[in-house]
Write a protein that binds this ligand. Structure first.
Ligand code: GLY
Length: 337
């Protein structure tokens, strides 16, 4: 079992275990005696709810299921969830546990952060993507028809509990999505390298990525500056994700986005061919498909809906080297190569 303390405006601990054995010690003191809304996705419910119910035995729990898939991060689901808490008379001393992947994590965290102006939140990610990135750092969001994550808050959970046993049941596409974010961390900080990504076990990989994330969010929780580096691959990635109507997973789009960021970085920094080859080796170490099946002009058009846009420019994360990225303020029309 590994533990990592996250230092933000409110500190909390991420527990990474290969079972629910540490749940009592890590989570129970935070939730005991409260009304608990467990917001879970269909997949997590089908595969893992039995074990969680056992761990929560004796607590006053309500299990609420949300359909799997990005389309669930909708204003309709958001309103229906907060109204559900209201109809169950949840008070400020009650809590939400999110149990599922990034979709349920982002949606449920937005519910917890806004219902009665904020109630206790515990995150239990069940996918590699949510374990390695989205469950930590306090970003909550739903999508609007104009683009991804356009409505959200910063709100830190009181605890994150990662049971890596859940990752054993993930389909390959879901693993590729998680590895997309892991590869992103390897480009941001060389403490995760090619061999870690290729051979590393989940516990260590998740710990190492979250350590990088903590080093960033502890200095810049609300993305005033440094935290923008965690958006590597996301400017192009989110645009591709929206254009694909979310049929390509988030992490796969991030990898495609890093590929385009490398192409742009080649002209920005005159990167040498051997360096670029090393970058491509890292990008494809887990077999990601780098093809972008949309016209660049459509991708650029979509970027005008990015929440990080300021007038006609964007803070673009460029790649100088593996483990070294730069924030460049670039006119959106110039995001071509
Ligand atoms: N997923 C990027 C961030 O949390 O800032």
């Amino acid at each position: 079992m590994l533990k990592l303390d996250i230092k933000t405006s409110s500190n909390y601990t991420v527990t990474i275990d290969n079972s629910l054995n540490s749940f009592n010690e890590a989570v129970m003191p935070i939730i005991a005696g409260k009304k608990i809304a467990v917001i879970c996705d269909e997949n997590a419910k089908k595969l893992h709810i039995k074990g969680l119910k056992k761990a929560l035995k004796g607590q006053n729990c309500y299990f609420i299921t949300v359909k799997s898939g990005e389309n669930s991060k909708s204003s309709k689901n958001y309103i229906s969830l907060v109204e559900k808490l209201a109809s169950l008379s949840f008070t400020r001393s009650d809590c939400v546990i999110t149990f599922g992947g990034g979709v349920v994590g982002d949606l449920g965290a937005l519910v917890a952060s806004t219902y009665l102006r904020g109630i206790t939140l515990v995150a239990m990610p069940t996918t590699l993507l949510s374990a390695v990135d989205s469950s930590v750092g306090g970003k909550t969001a739903i999508n609007l028809k104009q683009g991804k994550n356009l409505l959200g808050t910063f709100y830190q959970p009181k605890a994150v509990y990662i049971n890596t046993e859940y990752l054993q049941t993930l389909p390959n596409r879901e693993l590729l999505s998680g590895y997309g974010e892991i590869i992103k961390y390897a480009f941001i900080d060389a403490s995760v390298n090619y061999y870690d990504v290729k051979y590393g076990n989940y516990e260590t990989l998740i710990y190492k990525c979250l350590k990088i994330k903590n080093a960033v969010v502890s200095k810049d929780e609300k993305e005033g500056g440094l935290r923008k580096i965690l958006n590597l691959g996301h400017t192009f990635g989110h645009a591709i994700e929206s254009l694909s109507s979310y049929s390509i997973s988030h992490g796969e789009c991030v990898v495609k986005g890093i590929k385009l960021a490398i192409e742009l970085s080649k002209s920005l920094y005159n990167l040498d061919a051997q360096k670029v080859e090393e970058m491509y080796n890292l990008l494809t170490v887990k077999g990601h498909n780098l093809d972008v099946d949309f016209k660049m002009e459509d991708v650029i058009k979509q970027i005008y809906n990015d929440k990080k846009r300021q007038k006609n420019s964007i803070s673009f994360i460029a790649v100088k080297d593996i483990g070294k990225v730069e924030i460049e303020n670039i006119l959106i029309e110039n995001l071509t190569f």
